[in-house]
Write a protein that binds this ligand. Structure first.
Ligand code: HQG
Length: 181
């Protein structure tokens, strides 16, 4: 697959593995996994002929490590970002002092009132560093970076999870734990 083709298939996989498995007549198990075999067959049925080695490379090359293969290589799932109900069973981890969230000006008023909310996703996504947060925000416009007082939140009992691709996940961030940078 060339790079353009890989991006196209990666976008299709994000749709199927996070949001709409029914697009390819597929079902995820309760932890979000699906058999690679079933996935490749369903893709081929719709004219996207991909072999296992190409799929393995796509998982490996994914800029944000969006997908994971099971240890035996038989199953695949999205690392995070789901809107369908899945239990990722991610380990709870102690966050660093500060985490970052990239957003845009037009959301700030609401964020100051309600804090960060997860919307359609399972969690609010936080970044380990400012530059990653900036990239996340740039999908929507001119970036505004918010500092999250992660350690203070954890001390008050909020659970933090870390996805294998380094994204930090929390259920919410109340306004008192947010600072402008
Ligand atoms: C905003 C991409 C109003 C929030 C990225 C964000 C990331 C509020 C938007 C991953 C709000 C939600 C996630 C409130 C939060 N009022 N707006 N109270 N609370 N928001 O896409 O963090 O390419 O669901 O600031 O790289 O932007 O999908 O979350 O702007 O890792 O792999 O509501 O998605 O990765 O947007 O991005 P999203 P996000 P992928």
């Amino acid at each position: 697959m060339n790079a353009k083709e890989e991006v196209r298939i990666s976008k299709l996989l994000s749709l199927v593995l996070r949001h709409r498995p029914e697009t390819l007549d597929l079902q995820l198990d309760e932890s979000g996994w699906i058999s690679c075999d079933a996935l490749l067959k369903a893709l081929a049925k719709r004219g996207n002929v991909v072999n296992f080695e190409q799929l393995r490379q796509l998982v490996e090359n994914s800029d944000k490590q969006r997908f994971a293969l099971s240890a035996d290589g038989k199953r695949i799932r999205a690392n995070q970002g789901h809107s369908v109900s899945v239990e990722l069973e991610l380990p709870q981890e102690s966050p660093p002092d500060r985490l970052y969230h990239g957003t845009v000006e037009r959301f700030l008023e609401s964020i100051h009132k309600r804090g960060l909310i997860r919307g359609r996703r399972h969690h609010v996504h936080l970044s380990q560093d400012r530059s990653t947060a900036r990239q996340v925000a740039m999908r929507r416009g001119s970036p505004v970076i918010l500092v999250v007082l992660a350690k203070e939140m954890a001390a008050e009992g909020y659970a933090f999870y870390r996805s294998p691709n380094g994204v930090w996940l929390v259920d919410e961030v109340p306004p008192k734990f947010l600072q402008s940078s």
